[in-house]
Design a protein around this ligand. Sequence first.
Ligand code: IPD
Ligand code: CA
Ligand code: CA
Ligand code: CA
Length: 267
Amino acid sequence: SASLPTPEEFAALAEEIAREAGAMLLEKRPARPQVLLTKSSPTDVVTALDRAAEELIRDRIKAARPGDAILGEEGGATGEGAVRWVVDPIDGTVNFLYGLPEWSVSIAVEVEGRIVAGVVNVVPRGEVFTASLGGGAWLAGERLRCNTGVPLSQALIGTGFGYQAGRRKVQAEVLTHVLPAVRDVRRAGSAASDLCSVAAGRLDGYYERGPNYWDYAAGGLVATEAGARIGGLHGRPYSPEMTLCAAPGLFEELHDLLAPLNPERDA
Ligand code: IPD
Ligand code: CA
Ligand code: CA
Ligand code: CA
């Protein structure tokens, strides 16, 4: 509609909300957070603060934009309409649980199915990555550009091991082919943050099977606005199947390494 905010305006609102949720989480995080429940596997944990943060984010979105739809990891899908917010209240809950400094609040905004704004607040580091469609990717006032021209053999590759039961054996097998082919591998523990690391040149590339939409919606825009390519295998769009992200060139090399391994099969 005519009165829709611009991508930059959506990014600014998402940033405000992601900062508030991050501040709440820092303040309320107990020294030893407790696991409230586990979902698909023992790695797939939820704490009370995952829920509290998503509630805060939902309240702020509803106050500012009452008609918008919301998809959140903990609260599911609510509402419908042209604008949808995609929320991961804590990406990297296992790190949050253990006090490792790599977890984030991830908020993306979709208009008619297209992601137009993405914000990833890596709370323990005090780093807020923002992107708007066509407006670039930013961190602390600096425009981000991903690394380019890096051959696979010299690439630092981030990955994650999606939590769905029955995949661990295949994930480990795939890794035995990736590790000897690259400079080194990092498993930092937050897909949203991994994608921002590609954007900032702290990783050359990233792959993971099984990220959910809320894991990569915001970070994916940060990465593509920084010049990276994101996608699935065999030209498929990025999805909860295999998701790859790297500068063009390295993207194709990583793709050609992974595709024959059939990494989407289950163990
Ligand atoms: C997880 C993290 C992790 C990735 C998993 C995700 P959560 O999200 O992003 O790095 O490997 O696939 O599910 O559950 O901590 O929000
Ligand atoms: Ca989770
Ligand atoms: Ca997540
Ligand atoms: Ca989460």
